[in-house]
Design a protein around this ligand. Sequence first.
Ligand SMILES: Cc1cc2nc3c(=O)[nH]c(=O)nc-3n(C[C@H](O)[C@H](O)[C@H](O)COP(=O)(O)OP(=O)(O)OC[C@H]3O[C@@H](n4cnc5c(N)ncnc54)[C@H](O)[C@@H]3O)c2cc1C
Ligand SMILES: Cc1cc2nc3c(=O)[nH]c(=O)nc-3n(C[C@H](O)[C@H](O)[C@H](O)COP(=O)(O)O)c2cc1C
Length: 749
Amino acid sequence: MNLRDPSHEIEVFERNAPGVTFGWGVVFSDLTVDNITRNDPGSAKTINEELAHWDDIDVHFRGETITSGGHGFIGIGRKRLLEILQDRARALGVALYFNAECDPADAKWRNYDLVIASDGSNSRFRDAQPEAFGVDVDVRANKFVWLGTSKVFDAFTFAFEETEHGWIWAHAYRFAPDCSTFIVECSEETWRSFGFDRMSQDESIASCERLFARYLDGHSLQSNATHLVGSAAWLNFKRIKCERWSSGNVILLGDAAHTAHFSIGSGTKLALEDAIKLADLLNRKGLSLEAALDEYQAERSLEVLKLQNSARNSTEWFETLERYTHFEPLQFAYSLLTRSQRISHENLRLRDREWLETVERWFWKRATEGKSNKTAPPMFAPFKLREMEVMNRVTVSPMAMYSAVDGVPNDFHFVHYGERAIGGAGLVFTEMTCVSPEGRISPGCTGMWNGDHIAAWKRIVDFVHTQSKAKICLQLGHSGAKGSTKLGWEGNDVPLDDGNWPVMAASDVPWSPVNQVPRPMTRADMDTVRDQFVAAVRMGLEAGFDMVELHAAHGYLLAGFISPLQNKRTDEYGGSLENRLRFPLEVFAAMRAAWPKERPMSVRISATDWAGESGITPDEAVLIGEAFAQEGADLIDVSAGQTWAGQQPVYGRMFQTPFSDRIRNEGKLATMAVGNIYEPDHANSILAAGRADLVALARPHLVDPFWTLRAAAALDYREVAVPPQYLNGMAQLARNMKREAEAAAALRV
Ligand SMILES: Cc1cc2nc3c(=O)[nH]c(=O)nc-3n(C[C@H](O)[C@H](O)[C@H](O)COP(=O)(O)OP(=O)(O)OC[C@H]3O[C@@H](n4cnc5c(N)ncnc54)[C@H](O)[C@@H]3O)c2cc1C
Ligand SMILES: Cc1cc2nc3c(=O)[nH]c(=O)nc-3n(C[C@H](O)[C@H](O)[C@H](O)COP(=O)(O)O)c2cc1C
């Protein structure tokens, strides 16, 4: 503020004495330093001179150290940073008062034009008016203690230790020539089991020194949280969000307004950038105070939201660490590095090509049971389910085309599926193909209930098998309460204008107020539907399909049994999850019995109803996946939602992949991820991190049947299956993309 206009009168109150602070060093990015440089070259120069720089990340796990480079960190001690900023403030005429505890109830604050409450995550000023600021605090599960040590770490170090009490780990990095931050973290269960809850601070520290002795080389650990006694030195991270950042003359800034988990190291950056933006706006000529504050919150909250999203992913990774501890060290490290979804496969290639190629070779070796030593993107590695081998990990997700007459696929379908099969994906799914006329969603849905259907599908399957190397999977479903509706583009889930047929479901719960009230199914109905699925499977075999999927997602008949929001039955098919799964599992088992042993089957599930605890939760999705696997499902196709008209989904890039990750790594099952995966980089990151075994793309394939070939050209992967007729085009595309990539790289240099 005073840099922009020396006539401002600014006073700073700090409860601590000068030079006293909680915590040790903080890391920054180059961008933050650029931002400080633009704001105040003087401070930036001093900060720059004192920054510790390092490039490598070391991950110590199960006796191995995995080192990857190119990460470009800079760090500084919190105390030193405060001293630099305090000196600068003094030089610019700011009055600093130390040992000055501020009480928000004190009447003196009314005399100030503005009170900037930058009083940290436990802000008294914010908590004095929780309603006015719309405060939302989420106390996270793990315990951590922020320590320092004189051991100088050459790399940013993650040290994971398995103990009889569970896993415990340290995040350690150098921030000064003679000092490093050392944060120890573990689950609450491990913490209690160690007895940290009953230890004094000194005992905790001694215990951590013993646990991490091999990394400390005789150096001790220290705490500067002298104000925290006993187990209170251990904290739970609090994620803070505020709906409004100002109230009256009080403006929130930094941790008082928002926090981002320490594992992505961005809290100081956010606080500094808030301050720079606020000072800019308050000094902008012609801008009213009200408009300045609105813009302050609008601009900054967007940045904060992005970081808080990444921070949430990162926090959850550490909270669910045991999901990944069965990984081999290399994949464990990859999963750790990509945990926030801010760093992707190609980012890692830019940082450390050699290391990334080691990961790619490892992936290919695993994918081919040691036969291939290829260094190539994971998405092109083969995958085997029973005796079916797909040539790569890209799948064309099932998509209803609403273009059949009496359920018979026609020339549109022939071209549509044929084109996607020659487009390079390893596996092509049919749309939801219905097992009976009344099991259709719309009059345009494809079916599999008579000889015409077998013949029409066989023509498509034969084309796929003779003209491409793709495999083709038949998705079978029944619409249940969501049946008898218009074609997709005429209105989603809207009943027909005329000619509606009666619908049935688990219970008499209509999909929405405008949809029919379905007839609750009797046991005889269940027998009929189960037999229709089995008959459809046999027809699928006649048509030559490589694989069959049962559609038990998205609110259709079987999903309606699984979700407590649609299933209100009081018999053995309703109530507990076990009961709700009974009929879907019976159908699956009957289909499996009719399908050849050597051919795989999958099931598509909705891993959440997006309805909080009142619907299916991701925890239950693991149990659902396991239950189908027990009946012989080889792959869980993990979708989400569309099971309840009031769903509250949280969209974003790869937004459903965390559910696949959970089912795969907690249930130890093969999974397919789907949902807003659209870049080759997404696919490679998901696969290499072990978040799924296959990736499915739906909408990207609608406009680009050749998505996989384009990805191969972009990644310069030559061994993709290109139809011979198209080889020239592929070669030219690859050349052009390579040239463009080289030009972009030259620009970066
Ligand atoms: C373990 C851990 C590691 C972290 N590592 C990093 C990292 O590597 N990089 C990074 O960018 N961020 C990191 N952070 C986050 C970072 O520390 C905070 O985001 C940052 O300090 C926020 O700055 P702030 O000024 O808003 O709040 P604070 O730094 O908390 O400052 C608030 C100040 O207000 C004073 N105060 C509070 N109440 C009163 C009162 N009533 N009267 C007078 N004074 C008062 C406090 O004494 C304190 O000095 C980490 C956080 C933790 C917990
Ligand atoms: C036009 C269209 C039709 C769809 N039909 C089906 C379907 O028949 N069966 C199914 O399981 N999912 C269906 N889906 C969902 C997709 O398979 C996929 O899960 C969803 O679109 C998210 O993936 P995306 O972000 O790659 O599009 C359909 C999606 C679209 C866009």
